[in-house]
Write a protein that binds this ligand. Structure first.
Ligand SMILES: *[C@@H]1O[C@H](CO)[C@@H](O)[C@H](O)[C@H]1NC(C)=O
Ligand SMILES: *[C@@H]1O[C@H](CO)[C@@H](O)[C@H](O)[C@H]1NC(C)=O
Ligand SMILES: *[C@@H]1O[C@H](CO)[C@@H](O)[C@H](O)[C@H]1NC(C)=O
Ligand SMILES: *[C@@H]1O[C@H](CO)[C@@H](O)[C@H](O)[C@H]1NC(C)=O
Length: 962
């Protein structure tokens, strides 16, 4: 039996060999043909082969070095002369590179024409490459170092005589630009967007320059006349600087200009007339300046995308401005235009924004000619008349905003044709008649705001067909009848405002997703408050005031986990009011039959509710001998002795041996990570101190390069000898698995973990550009302008809202600017997420050093409650907001930032002093937004934990501060 089977197998093997041989021959015969077809398959010059081999040791990326011809590696292009090839182009974008020793190898590639090192982490050590001699520089034509971390003064480029394209955008180059480019006779394209360059707009480049991008720097002064000598310019971007004065009217000297961007400066005077006559110009933006006067006529003859919004332009909008065929977008929002909307409308126009002007007259009947129109905003003008029937011909409309005008009459049924409509805002007009039931055909509608008009009749029951509707606002009309039962079928509704109407009948079942507001106030609703309202777990504000509701307040409302405001005033409610958690703002005046229940027995009722809120309690089991007071002193001493956040590395010697793995587990299901992560490689990386890139209070991060070249972060838990008691490892593993299933782009999610004899390590994706602390307080703060700081705050709020909203809420033990990593200048990731889960597992063995995070971020109540709460996290978040607003660290000169800010918050003048003036002075809009964010920050750091907002509200407030 056995014998025969193996014999059979051998036969098979023989057959297989034959087949392989056959294919091999086929391949072999094909080779010459392939070789002649592709020139670069000539063998690479042997000197360059060895350079590439050396490079591959440093380029820790996707190079498949098993292929012996480097010309076939990712991002490598070669060309051949006669029988040999040479490397001409290298694209190593986003490879996680930071060690500038790579340049010494690159310098030997003296045939390189194009080098792309964008999206890496090169820092100031690249200076040497710019200044030292290097034979590659003599031949290079294109250099891209954008999106790195280079923060040096701009040097000169005389070493690059053939350079044609230079992209250094998204770094922190500083200083002024004068003669640095004198030596580049072939320069065609220069991109310095998003750096810290100051002084005048440079005009020392070669006159044949075609692209000049200087946006988002700190250039000042006026636009130099000499710029108009660059007659081959196709792109000129000076947006987001501090340029002032008028714009020379000389654009006819730039006959090839295609894109002209002047937005976000303090330019004044008239829009230059010559812009209208540059035949090639297709995009012109001058928004957010102080331009005055009229729009030059014929400006859209050539320009297809025009943005003049947020200026002080006035007069009548030229009648021909919207008519040219090919026109795409026109934005004139927030100026002082008057008169009528031009009636000649192009069939290619897809975005028209005329909001916040003083336009009058009607919407032209020709609106139906604008067949491509997708966004139409005419809000906040003095427009009148009825909404034209022909608007129904604009079948591509997805946003229609006619709010705050004087429109009257009925809503035409034709609106029901606009089946692409997502947002329909008609509030604050004089519209009347019934709400057309055809609105329910708008299958994509997400926001419907008809508030503050004079609509009559009932709410059409077909409205329940709007399965994507998330906001329905009908308040302030004359709507009667009862609320249709079908309303509960709206699966996506999060806000429902029906206040100030004439609704009667009882309150039906409400959609379960409602989360921001349910406002039924000022109607004639009767019957009792249905107890199923208590099922609206996400609802924050419930207003039932000024109705005819009777009966008792259902006990179930107490269970609404997100409720912050409950308004029951002026009804006929009776009985006693159930006891709500203290943070719920309750108003029940004008209900004579209603009695306040048992007064404020704080502990009994709130305790139970808190755990329903998921405010989980970690009890640090401290040796019983330590009394409360003693504990308090201990925390303070430890925190201060650890001096803000950097912890000296204890006990790891450079010669540490590679630790023995007890247990290595993959958490991620992602097959790319699964195949890349190698546990022994990770342990090799942590044995070498030079791989450390960050230390926080509880953790040390190492960079590890896996065998396939991709880079990961490996985090060692400091103190883990104390944390990981024998037998708790299984539990830690389980908790990490749970965290590994979280998915939110603002949270660092563990991919795998390794437990060794005396430590635990967690493996993450490597996305580290530095921490927020590094950027704010380690001399790089000028990199973070206000938009980045705002995005960081917003991303962080999203991440925290997500963590707090999990079925099992995740709290942060150590939330500070040094535990927030930056993926880019505006994408934060919350790190050290697992700490509380892991610390939780050692209830029985707790150690003092693990308590309460980093000094300056520790909410005052932790000192006596000794437990981690969501409100405590909100406090720490507030401190981070303050750091972003002030640029100051969480503690300076022994004074905590939060306390300092609170002490100044009393008067508006003093509030000004809190802000980082170098940031707040950039524009009035920035200043305004910073003040709104300051209000949010101050609400987060108030002393009483109950008075602090929930993360979800914080997120919404931040969003509204946009
Ligand atoms: C190979 O390239 C090197 C440097 O790029 C050059 O010095 C050398 O002359 C080349 N060899 C041949 C045979 O072309
Ligand atoms: C950069 O790489 C070189 C060579 O591999 C190494 O000797 C050096 O220590 C590295 N520098 C840093 C800062 O990692
Ligand atoms: C290589 O770089 C040159 C010079 O910048 C460029 O013109 C060419 O298109 C690039 N070739 C490839 C294949 O990327
Ligand atoms: C502009 O480009 C044309 C054609 O490439 C060239 O002949 C001319 O010299 C350039 N102008 C300047 C000012 O360099």
């Amino acid at each position: 039996m056995e014998e025969r089977r193996s014999c059979y197998c051998r036969n098979n093997g023989f057959l297989l060999q034959l087949v392989l041989l056959f294919f091999f021959l086929l391949l072999f015969l094909d080779v010459p043909m392939v070789a002649t077809a592709a020139p670069s398959s000539a063998p690479l010059n042997s000197t360059q082969v060895s350079i590439m081999k050396d490079l591959s040791a440093l380029v820790t990326a996707r190079w498949n070095t098993s292929d012996s011809n480097p010309c076939r590696w990712d991002g490598v292009n070669c060309s051949s002369s006669s029988s040999l090839s040479f490397v001409t182009n290298l694209t190593l974008s986003g490879y996680g590179l930071s060690n500038s020793t790579i340049f010494s190898h690159l310098c030997d590639l003296d045939t390189l024409q194009s080098l792309d090192l964008s999206k890496n982490s090169f820092a100031n050590s690249v200076q040497q490459f710019f200044t030292s001699s290097c034979s590659m520089k003599a031949v290079l034509r294109s250099l891209n170092l954008s999106s790195n971390l280079i923060a040096i003064p701009l040097g000169d480029f005389s070493g690059f005589p053939l350079l044609e394209v230079l992209d250094l955008s998204f770094n922190s180059f500083s200083g002024g630009v004068s003669t640095q480019f004198n030596s580049l006779p072939k320069l065609r394209s220069l991109n310095f967007s998003s750096n810290n360059l100051v002084g005048d707009v440079p005009t020392s480049m070669v006159l044949s320059l075609e692209e000049l991008v200087l946006s988002s720097n700190k250039f000042s002064g006026s636009i130099p006349k000499a710029l108009f000598n660059y007659q081959n310019l196709t792109m000129l971007d000076l947006s987001q600087n501090n340029l002032n004065g008028g714009v020379p009217d000389e654009f006819l000297k730039l006959p090839k200009l295609r894109t002209l961007l002047l937005s976000g400066n303090v330019l004044s005077g008239n829009i230059p007339v010559s812009v209208s006559n540059v035949a090639s110009l297709s995009r012109f933006a001058a928004n957010q300046n102080n331009f005055t006067g009229f729009i030059p006529s014929g400006i859209t003859k050539n320009v297809k995308m025009l943005d003049l919004s947020y200026n002080n332009l006035g007069g009548v909008i030229p009648s021909d401005i919207l008519s040219p065929v090919g026109l795409e977008t026109v934005d004139l929002t927030r100026n002082m235009f008057e008169g009528h909307i031009p009636s000649n409308l192009s069939s290619t126009l897809y975005r028209l924004r005329l909001g916040y002007n003083s336009l009058n007259g009607t919407i032209p009947d020709t609106i139906g000619d604008a067949l491509a129109l997708a966004y139409l905003e005419l809000d906040s003008n003095q427009l009148m008349g009825s909404i034209p029937f022909d608007l129904g011909k604009c079948k591509k409309l997805s946003l229609l905003n006619l709010a705050s005008n004087k429109f009257q009459g009925r809503l035409p049924d034709a609106i029901g044709n606009l089946d692409k409509l997502v947002v329909l805002k008609l509030q604050m007009n004089n519209l009347d008649g019934p709400i057309p039931s055809l609105l329910s055909d708008l299958a994509n509608l997400s926001t419907l705001n008809l508030s503050h008009n004079s609509f009559i009749g009932e709410i059409p029951r077909e409205i329940s067909k709007l399965s994507k509707l998330s906001v329905l606002n009908l308040q302030g009309n004359k709507i009667s009848g009862s609320i249709p039962d079908s309303i509960s079928l709206l699966p996506s509704l999060i806000e429902l405002s029906l206040g100030n109407n004439s609704l009667n009948g009882t309150i039906p079942m409400m959609p379960t997703k409602l989360s921001t507001v349910l406002d039924l106030s000022h109607n004639h609703l009767s019957g009792s408050i249905p107890s199923n309202i208590g099922l609206l777990n996400d609802l924050e504000v419930l207003d039932l005031s000024y109705n005819d509701l009777s009966g008792e307040v259902p006990e179930s409302l107490v269970n609404m986990q997100s409720l912050t405001q409950l308004v029951l005033s002026y009804n006929h409610l009776s009985g006693s009011i159930p006891i709500f958690p203290r943070h719920v703002e309750l108003n029940y005046t004008g209900n004579p039959g209603l009695q306040n229940g048992i007064e404020n027995n704080e502990n009994a009722p709130t305790g139970g509710k808190r755990s329903a809120h998921g405010i989980l309690v970690i009890i640090f089991a401290i040796a019983g001998a330590l009394g409360g007071l003693c504990l308090l002193t201990a925390i303070v001493t430890i925190s201060y002795s650890k001096r803000i956040y950097r912890v000296e590395d204890e006990g790891t010697s450079t010669e540490e041996v590679v630790a023995r793995i007890i247990n290595g587990h993959l958490i991620t299901m992602n097959s790319i990570h699964a195949s890349a992560i190698d546990f022994s490689k990770a342990m090799e990386a942590v044995s070498n101190q030079s791989n450390i890139f960050l230390k926080t209070r509880f953790c040390t991060y190492y960079k590890a390069v896996m065998p396939n070249g991709s880079t990961y972060s490996v985090k060692r838990l400091n103190y883990s000898d104390k944390i990981l008691q024998i037998g708790s490892q299984g539990k830690v593993g389980h908790e990490l698995e749970v965290l590994g299933k979280l998915s939110n782009s603002n949270v660092m999610v563990p991919l795998a973990y390794v437990v060794t004899e005396d430590n635990a390590y967690i493996i993450y994706e490597y996305v580290h550009k530095g921490t927020v602390f590094d950027f704010l307080h380690a001399g790089r703060s000028d990199v973070l302008d206000w938009p980045s700081r705002y995005s960081i705050a917003f991303g962080l709020a999203q991440g925290l809202t997500f963590l707090h909203g999990c079925t099992q809420p995740v709290l942060l033990l150590d939330l500070s600017t040094s535990t927030i990593h930056l993926k880019s200048m505006n994408e934060p990731q919350i790190g050290d997420v697992e700490l509380y889960k892991i610390v939780d597992t050692l209830k029985s063995s707790g150690s003092l050093s693990t308590i309460a995070g980093t000094v300056g971020y520790i909410p005052p109540e932790y000192a006596y409650t000794m437990r981690l709460t969501m409100a405590g996290n909100v406090y720490s978040f507030g401190v981070i907001l303050l750091e972003l607003l002030t640029g100051k660290p969480s503690v300076s000169d022994g004074i905590e930032l939060a306390k300092w800010a609170l002490s100044l918050s009393g008067s508006p003048d003093q509030r000004e002093q809190i802000l980082d003036t170098t940031v707040s002075r950039t524009s009035a809009a920035v200043h305004r937004q910073m003040l709104s964010v300051l209000n949010i920050a101050l609400a987060c750091v108030v002393l009483s934990p109950d008075a602090r907002p929930k993360m979800r509200s914080v997120l919404r407030m931040l969003f509204n501060a946009k």
